[in-house]
Design a protein around this ligand. Structure first.
Ligand SMILES: Nc1ncnc2c1ncn2[C@@H]1O[C@H](COP(=O)(O)OP(=O)(O)OP(=O)(O)O)[C@@H](O)[C@H]1O
Ligand SMILES: [Mg+2]
Length: 242
């Protein structure tokens, strides 16, 4: 099966520092790939580069294909229009808008044949959001805000969804809930690249795991095989020490 998203020779440098060097990374349709690694490993740099976005002005090179089509030269909005969607670190919601208006502001481009989640599906997936419909996003808990950010992304009908640490700052029970929901979405055929610092929680839901260290892929493989990999165990320990 050809990948929905594929990067080759993806390099990102800030000044003279190479922050990311990925020879090959692919996401297959209906697959959940986890990207894990310590603080500063390059996880956000990776998903941001896939979308063509960055906080600074890095030099980015390499090929990025979405459904076989090269998108690496396109600005972020054009990549989004083609079906690549990122929920950045901390989520992307309008704090001053209500939940309802946040959802209304996220619309799949007209004429696109991608399947966007409709309101009923969003509320079935996140019943909590329905209860909070008229609350401003600023009044939501961290978990609710993360759900809203994911819900907004689903309204765009993504071909591939990039999630940057959706579990950050959440209570352990909520971490499991959010990651379980991500798994459910993938089981309904969504393709997701999930960045997580929480290796332990990620490995429970992903199909494949990619371990980043200093911008490079240190190890990757099926979740079941990675579970006992000493490098992953070391990442667990890093997590415990963090
Ligand atoms: N705007 C920037 N300017 C310069 N260097 C940057 C910039 N953004 C990131 N970097 C560097 O790139 C490397 C990777 O950072 P990145 O934010 O991708 O890590 P991360 O894995 O997402 O970490 P975290 O778990 O803390 O979110 C780090 O060494 C960081 O200092
Ligand atoms: Mg990050």
């Amino acid at each position: 099966m050809s990948p929905v998203l594929e990067a080759r020779n993806l390099r990102v440098a800030y000044g003279g520092n190479l922050a990311l060097d990925i020879p090959h990374l692919a996401l297959k349709p209906g697959e959940l790939v986890g990207v894990v690694g310590a603080n500063g490993a390059g996880k956000s740099t990776l998903v941001n580069a896939l979308l063509g976005w960055s906080r600074g002005t890095p030099s980015v090179s390499g090929s990025i294909r979405l459904d076989g089509e090269e998108i690496g030269h396109l600005p972020p909005h054009a990549r989004v229009a083609r079906g690549l969607t990122l929920v950045p670190e901390g989520g992307a919601v309008f704090m001053r808008l209500t939940v309802e208006d946040n959802l209304a502001a996220a619309q799949a481009p007209r004429g696109s044949n991608r399947r966007a989640h409709d309101e009923a599906e969003i509320y079935a997936l996140f019943p909590r959001l329905k209860e909070r419909l008229h609350h401003h996003a600023s009044m939501l808990s961290g978990g609710e805000r993360q759900m809203l950010a994911i819900a907004r992304a689903l309204r765009l009908g993504p071909r591939a969804l990039l999630l940057d640490e959706p579990s950050i700052g959440l209570a352990p029970r909520l971490v499991a809930d959010v990651l379980r929901t991500v798994r459910d979405l993938v089981d309904e055929k969504l393709s997701v690249l999930l960045v997580e610092q929480n290796v332990r929680a990620a490995i429970e839901v992903v199909d494949r795991l990619v371990l980043l260290e200093r911008g490079r892929i240190l190890a990757s493989g099926p979740a079941a095989a990675m579970r006992d990999d000493p490098r992953i165990l070391a990442a667990y320990l890093g997590e415990a020490a963090a």
